[in-house]
Design a protein around this ligand. Structure first.
Ligand code: 13P
Length: 288
């Protein structure tokens, strides 16, 4: 059964580790992430962007697929199904479809409007036992057509949103979605520290997990980050492995064209990437 992310993140923050949110795109992605979490006895959050939800034929299809896998694959570790960077309407649709967690990204609204919309969603999600992530300060880079500059959040605005009673808070600290450019200045730990000082127990969320050096990940966790989002890195691993298979001409050998064979190296590559991240984030063995 899907669970809210509240409990797993509270434990992660207290235990000084982070739970990974891995974004899904299709059946192979979902199965690879769930099986890896189960093998490593780690809690996990499946992220679905609005674009990926549309690609997978809608949120109800996603809920059906994930719930089916939890049962058929005997997944017993805590799993949250979470809308990533949702609009207000997107959140409402996912709440209705059976997600267990949503992110309302109001970072592009003036802070008053972000607060008003976040408050409405807190009331609705709380009643349903779901978790809610809010965002202050846009995350840089481009994701599903949403382009952010990578600004640093105002710690006082973070406190205003945290005090409303959200479950977890994403705050821009110079992080960027996708690959980091060569001239990237790194995460602003000064901003992160100031945010944690003001928000206390609130689990903080680090977006743009792809390509952040290990020492920065560890430092971010030590300063209150309890959820780290990874998307692009699984895509790159999948693409490289699939390219290797095709370039080696394996799809032309025997029944190598069978999608179950063609997609197998990419599936294994996602599993390896998720394992590496779970080990780095410290969530291995933390499922109960
Ligand atoms: P990356 O694609 O950079 O890993 O970012 C993922 C993310 O933050 C999803 O919200």
């Amino acid at each position: 059964m899907l669970v809210s992310a509240a409990e797993m993140l509270k434990k992660a923050k207290a235990g000084k580790y982070a739970v990974g949110q891995f974004n899904i795109n299709n059946l192979e992605w979902t199965k690879a992430i769930l099986l890896t979490a189960q093998e490593l006895n780690s809690p996990v959050i499946l992220g679905v962007s609005e674009g990926a939800g549309k690609y997978m034929a809608g949120y109800k299809t996603v809920v059906g697929m994930v719930n089916g896998m939890l049962e058929e694959l005997n997944i017993t570790v805590p799993v949250a199904l979470h809308l990533d960077h949702g609009s207000y309407d997107g959140c409402m649709k996912c709440i209705e479809a059976g997600f267990s967690s949503v992110m309302f990204d109001g970072s592009h609204y003036p802070i008053e409007e972000n607060i008003a919309k976040t408050t409405e969603l807190i009331n609705i999600t709380r009643e349903k036992g779901m978790s809610l992530e809010a965002e202050v300060g846009s995350i840089g880079g481009e994701e599903d057509g949403v382009v952010g500059k990578g600004e640093c959040a105002d710690p006082n605005e973070c406190k205003s949103i945290a005090d409303l009673g959200v479950t977890m808070l994403a705050a821009g600290i110079g992080n960027i979605h996708g690959k980091y450019p060569a001239n990237w200045e790194g995460l602003s730990f000064e901003t992160l520290d100031a945010i944690q000082q003001l928000t206390g127990e609130m689990p903080l969320v680090l977006h743009g997990g792809t390509g952040i050096p290990e020492d920065m990940i560890k430092k971010a966790i030590s300063l209150g980050v309890a959820k780290i989002n990874v998307n692009t890195e699984c895509q790159l691993a999948f693409a490289a492995a699939t390219r290797g298979y095709v370039e080696a001409g394996k799809d032309l050998e025997g029944k190598g064209f069978d999608p179950r064979k063609l997609l197998a190296p990419g599936f294994d590559a996602i599993k390896a990437t998720v394992k590496e991240k779970m080990e780095l984030f410290g969530s291995v063995g933390k499922a109960c």
